[in-house]
Ligand binder design. Structure first.
Ligand SMILES: CC1=C(/C=C/C(C)=C/C=C/C(C)=C/C=C/C=C(C)/C=C/C=O)C(C)(C)CCC1
Ligand SMILES: [Fe+2]
Length: 542
């Protein structure tokens, strides 16, 4: 095991360095120092230290990545199917420290890209920081230079503060830290994304090199977009929230181009600003635009100190809506009021038909937080790191919207299965991508085994039998389960599910589950535990 570039460690934090100065060159390869020999006198202290270490090791998911990059082959326990050839990439905010300063929120961290390269049963792993301008500037000056999710650069005086506000309107002070997701476009380019449009960065899936900014060649002037575009072999669809004239532009980009073309526009029906659209679903013919009562808030965007809901505000009186836009014409075919909801991740959507094959409605499924915004506060790093054993993870469910297309004013929202099936935890979902926009049966997600403060299981949801199969490793934090279909498969769940686990010993491993049985078929230990990551994509071997 060797590091290519290591980071200098300013001090120890828990079992891992908490303060990583991203400018040094000290190599840090192994975790713990030589154990002390316990005498009667020192025993109590040592016991305390030891139990602290156990606690702190558990925090590896919330501890900054220990070095800038690493690459090497992993030892595989079990058997990786020989048909699994390609690269699983996972992006996420993996570095939350600048010198002595620790970031506040999970979503603030600088992007860490991890790759698992599968080749005929063998597995090579690598990770590397994405070289965004925000990361490079922080590395150079050892301070925050751009506005992150909850962090705002400190100002020396009033004039620089005014300058920062002005550059917020132009987008210059917003981050390009592409720490949320990664997609493979149909033309082969691999792009890391966040919610700021400037944070779209092309990377090399093999070397993890940052290649260039993904520059959109059109003239849409907005600053933010959905973090989860819909990407297929024929198009890339995304939503551009319009904060000035509340609504959303729905745009499409064809493979091989950088130009987003408008499909249509949805005007908001409630509130002073559009609802947060971290993601949205599509069916075969429609784009579904959610209007969530958790809305962007211009005043909060301007504030230097974070508000309870960061850049957003909860407007229950503004109600919640679901809009359905025809992909071909851009016309709105339905716009219904729905019960209040809070969701970040839509799972899938499909069209319902009558006996004559006429489309009567749309079903849209999401990870729904019971119209409660507290999950955002739970994801503050201090909360994630200070778990005392109580059951503090807010309940979530598979929220199923039924949107009638007969002109009715209201849509329904209900739980697609009893949330106890998955421990009332539900987020970070995936499906078999061949079923995107189509009637489907299985969803994979992180669920909960309580008590917990964060989703700690992997769950396979059967939406027909309304049952879940759950995978659990005590003390472990699994990241988004990602389904890869077996080439030639005819059954929806014929494939594997890949996840990366930060375990209770401060270590980590790649986990491969069988898509059908949801049982472990292989695991491969990482050289050291990695921080939690958000979303991934599959780059098949060509
Ligand atoms: C950087 C700015 C912004 C960035 C927004 C970002 C980076 C949003 C990221 C949202 C994510 C990763 C949501 C994930 C949710 C996961 C959940 C709920 C998991 C739950 C587990 O139980 C803006 C705010 C867009 C604008 C200012 C600058
Ligand atoms: Fe997301």
């Amino acid at each position: 095991m060797d590091s290519l570039i290591s980071l200098s460690i300013a001090k120890n934090y828990g079992c891992f360095p908490s303060r990583i100065a991203i400018c040094g060159d000290v190599r840090v390869l192994s975790g713990f120092q030589k154990p002390m020999v316990a005498t009667k006198k020192t025993r109590t202290t040592i016991v305390n230290v030891a139990s602290n270490m156990v606690d702190e090791r558990r925090l590896v998911a919330w501890t900054s990545v220990r070095q800038e990059r690493w690459e090497g082959e992993l030892v595989v326990e079990g058997e990786i199917p020989k048909w699994l050839n390609g690269t699983y990439l996972r992006n996420g905010p993996g570095l939350w420290h600048l010198g002595d300063y620790g970031f506040r929120h999970l979503f603030d961290g600088y992007a860490t890209l991890v790759r698992l390269n599968f080749h005929h049963g063998r597995l090579v792993m690598g990770h590397r920081q994405i070289e965004s301008n925000a990361y490079k500037a922080a590395k150079k000056s050892n301070k925050l230079c751009y506005r992150e999710f909850s962090e705002v650069p400190k100002h020396d005086n009033f004039l620089t503060y005014i300058g920062d506000l002005a550059s917020l309107f132009s987008g210059a002070s917003l981050t390009d830290n592409a720490n949320t997701g990664v997609v493979k476009l149909a033309d082969g380019r691999v792009v890391c994304l966040t919610e700021t449009i400037k944070g779209s960065i092309v990377v090399d899936p093999d070397s993890l090199d940052t290649i260039e900014k993904f520059e959109y060649s059109d003239s849409w002037s907005g600053l933010i977009h959905s973090a989860h575009p819909i990407v297929t072999d024929t198009e890339f669809i995304t939503l551009l929230p319009d904060l000035l004239n509340p609504g959303y532009m729905v745009v499409r980009m064809y493979p091989g181009t950088n130009e987003r073309k408008v499909i249509g526009r949805v005007d908001c029906r409630g509130g002073p600003s559009p609802g947060w659209v971290h993601s949205f679903p599509v069916t075969e013919h429609y784009v579904i635009v959610p209007e969530m009562p958790l809305r962007y808030c211009a005043q909060n965007l301007l504030k230097a100190e974070p508000t309870p809901l960061y850049k957003f505000r909860w407007y229950p009186e503004s109600k919640g809506f679901m809009h359905v836009m025809c992909k071909a014409s851009g016309k709105i075919v339905a716009s219904v009021e729905v019960p209040l909801f809070v969701t970040f991740h839509f799972i899938n959507a499909y069209e319902e038909k009558d006996e004559d094959g006429r489309i009567t409605g749309v079903i849209a499924d999401c990870c729904e937080h019971n119209a409660d915004t507290t999950i955002l506060d739970n994801l503050r790093l201090q909360n994630l790191r200070s778990w005392s054993g109580e059951d503090v993870l807010p309940d979530a469910r598979v929220g199923r919207f039924r949107i009638p297309l007969d002109g009715s004013k209201n849509g329904e929202l209900f739980a697609a299965l009893n949330p106890d099936e998955h421990g009332r935890g539900m987020d970070m979902c995936s499906i078999n991508p061949n079923f995107l926009g189509k009637q489907y049966r299985y969803a994979y997600a992180c669920g909960a085994q309580r008590p917990c403060n964060f989703p700690n299981t992997l769950t396979k949801i059967d939406l027909v039998d309304r049952k879940a199969k759950n995978w659990y490793d005590e003390g472990a934090v699994p990241s988004e389960p990602y389904f890869v279909a077996r080439p030639g498969a005819t059954k929806e769940d014929d494939g594997v599910v890949i996840s990366m686990i930060s375990d209770k010993n401060g270590e980590g491993y790649a986990l491969i589950l069988d898509g059908t049985t949801f049982e472990e078929i292989a695991r491969a230990k990482f050289p050291y535990g990695l921080p939690y990551g958000l979303h991934g994509c599959w780059v098949p071997k060509n």
